[in-house]
Design a protein around this ligand. Structure first.
Ligand code: NAI
Ligand code: 13P
Length: 325
């Protein structure tokens, strides 16, 4: 199975490295021809994944037409760019493996729904889990969820993408896998705020646990399964991203917690912090689904510039409730 990867940021490049394990040929599409050129000539992606020597069997291209020869395409652009980029790609009946984490602003579509609308003949899979790109590219042990409704394709993709340090776990719950990855980014911003404002480890653990309850409520309402939300793509990724400044979302939250504005923090960065885009659309989607998500709502308010003390105070002052609610 010839693998093409769409998007040569940190995660697309790391996944190309996984798929190139054993010197298997992989084609990596970069929007920026200079990034493609750097990968082909230096076998490195200094802009997005510095200090990693890439496999020489990764060939970078910047012409979408070059992806026509591939058998399956991994989609790894920021979630808000998936529709525009997929519209330029020669997909047809090729499987699309969605690796972006987010919900589309305006339409409130999960990335899988975006892909199905643009390429209705392409079977869909989702690859998601606790995966800092640098660690994966460096060959550190990593496990992911690989979700696909078609059993034969699920098996073939798992076999093709598995590597000695990279272990996919299969499920048919595509929606559950997508929702965990999208919502954990919003919650990671919240955990970063707790860190940046010095609110303590108790608060961080409470936010992870209550945030997971929100993720589960929303995921179930949208048709995902509890076991998937409690798995690698849900709870697993939530714990990872809520624990480390290696996360861009967590780091954004740290800045907010230190009193800087979201506008200033986002203007400062070249790489994507998906939670900042997912939070406002998640607020709308939760209202539409009738799901109460007070932690995610608090993150929205913090991104809009509300003061940390006021937002945390309001969260804690809500009427007391049972833990299972
Ligand atoms: N970095 C990581 O550790 C992981 C990232 N992800 C997800 O993968 C997706 C991509 O993230 P990264 O590779 O880390 O991002 P990045 O910030 O490292 O790179 C983004 C890439 O997308 C390209 N891009 C940006 N805007 C674009 C547009 N409008 N059209 C086409 N291309 C565009 C950039 O040129 C760059 O190649 C995100 O949804 C992220 O949540 C998932 C797992 C791990
Ligand atoms: O999705 C990720 C890890 O699984 C990467 O998290 P950040 O986008 O917050 O860096």
């Amino acid at each position: 199975m010839k693998i093409g990867v769409i998007g040569a940021g940190a995660w697309g490049t790391a996944l190309a490295q996984v798929a190139a394990h054993g010197r298997r040929p992989v084609r990596l599409w970069a929007r920026d021809p200079a990034v493609a050129e750097a990968i082909n000539t230096t076998h490195a992606n200094p802009l997005y994944l510095p200090n990693i020597a890439l496999s020489p069997s990764i060939e970078a291209v910047s012409d979408p037409a070059a992806m026509a020869e591939m058998d399956a395409l991994l989609v790894v652009t920021p979630a808000q760019a998936v529709a525009a980029v997929l519209a330029t790609m020669p997909v047809g009946p090729k499987p699309l493996v969605l690796c972006s984490k987010g919900i589309e602003a305006g339409t409130r579509r999960l990335v899988g729904e975006v892909a199905r609308a643009i390429h209705p003949d392409a079977p869909i899979a989702v690859l998601s889990g606790p995966t800092f790109a640098y660690e994966v590219a460096a060959g550190l042990p990593t496990a992911v969820t690989l979700a696909c409704e078609e059993p034969e394709l699920r098996k073939a993709l798992s076999a093709r993408l598995a590597a000695p340090h990279f272990r996919p776990y299969a499920t048919d719950d595509v929606t559950g896998a997508e929702i965990g990855g999208a919502i954990k980014n919003v919650l990671a911003i919240g955990c970063g705020v707790v860190e940046g404002a010095g609110l303590g480890q108790n608060a961080r653990a409470a936010l992870i646990a209550r945030g997971f309850a929100e993720m589960t409520r929303f995921g179930l309402a949208r048709g995902g399964r509890a076991e998937t939300l409690a798995g690698l793509s849900g709870l697993g990724d939530l714990v990872l991203t809520c624990s480390s400044t290696a996360s861009r979302n967590f780091s954004l939250g740290v800045g907010l917690g230190q009193g800087r504005s979201a506008v200033e923090l986002l203007a400062d960065r070249r790489t994507v912090a998906e939670g900042a885009f997912t939070a406002p659309v998640l607020r709308q989607a939760a209202a539409e689904a009738g799901v109460d998500m007070p932690v995610c709502e608090a993150v929205c308010r913090l991104l809009e510039g509300a003061a940390v003390g006021e937002v945390i105070g309001a969260l804690l002052a809500r009427p007391l409730k049972a833990e299972g609610q």
